[in-house]
Design a binder for this molecule. Structure first.
Ligand SMILES: [Zn+2]
Length: 141
């Protein structure tokens, strides 16, 4: 009798720890998925415009205002290090809830966790200065 009871208690305990194990695996996986989904990272951000100072292209140049992906730079265009963010990716930047940014350009100084935000005028680009920003990749965007 005593041995049997001991045995069943032990079995119960095993079941419990298996449940705990499954719950912790589940929680671990869901955390991983969540982190992957949000994928927010801090980037050092600078700004640029299409002007000669920023892009070294004269307004008469046929490539003036044209990004590395061949698209015309416009609000929402950002330059990235394509080894860090794939060109064509859509991004959200904390502080700009109405804009989905597009990684469509590259720049010589844009390496690693760096991002260059395009502005329509040089004055606005200067005003932006250098900032630490939180960048989030938009999935299936
Ligand atoms: Zn400029």
């Amino acid at each position: 009798m005593m041995i049997r009871r001991k045995g069943s208690t032990a079995l119960l305990c095993t079941r419990k720890s298996v449940t705990v194990l499954f719950v912790s695996i589940f929680m671990f996986l869901s955390t991983m998925l969540f982190v992957n989904n949000v994928n927010a990272e801090v980037f050092k951000a600078t700004a640029y415009c299409s002007c000669e100072k920023c892009c070294d292209k004269d307004p008469s140049d046929k490539w003036y205002g044209i990004t590395a992906t061949g698209k015309r730079a416009r609000w929402g265009t950002v330059a990235v290090d394509k080894r860090v963010i794939k060109l064509g990716s859509r991004l959200r930047i904390k502080g700009y809830p109405d804009t989905i940014f597009r990684a469509e350009d590259v720049g010589g100084a844009i390496k690693g966790n760096r991002i260059d935000v395009w502005f329509p005028s040089h004055r606005e680009a200067l005003k932006f200065g250098v900032q630490k920003i939180v960048v989030q990749r938009v999935r299936n965007g």
